[in-house]
Write a protein of this length. Structure first.
Length: 68
C-alpha cells in the first residue's frame, strides 16, 4: 500500500513536533537539576547541549524529505 503525499507530510511534521517536545523536555530537565559544583554543572550542560544538537540535526534531516 502506498501512502499518500499528505499522509507522509503529516507524519514528518508529527515527528518534527515530537522532536521539539524532546528538546523542550531536555532543557527543562537540565534547568531543574541540582548541581554539586561548577564542574558537574558544566559537564551536564555539555551533555545537554549535545543532546539538543542531535535532536536539532534529526529534525533538520526530516526537512530533506520530498513526496511526489
Amino acid at each position: 500500500m502506498r501512502a499518500s503525499r499528505s499522509h507522509c507530510l503529516n507524519y514528518v511534521e508529527t515527528q518534527r513536533d515530537a522532536i521539539d517536545d524532546c528538546i523542550k523536555a531536555i532543557k527543562k530537565n537540565f534547568s531543574e537539576m541540582d548541581f554539586e559544583n561548577a564542574y558537574e554543572r558544566d559537564t551536564m550542560e555539555e551533555i545537554t547541549n549535545q543532546m539538543v544538537r542531535v535532536c536539532t540535526q534529526a529534525k533538520s534531516s526530516l526537512s530533506d524529505y520530498t513526496f511526489s
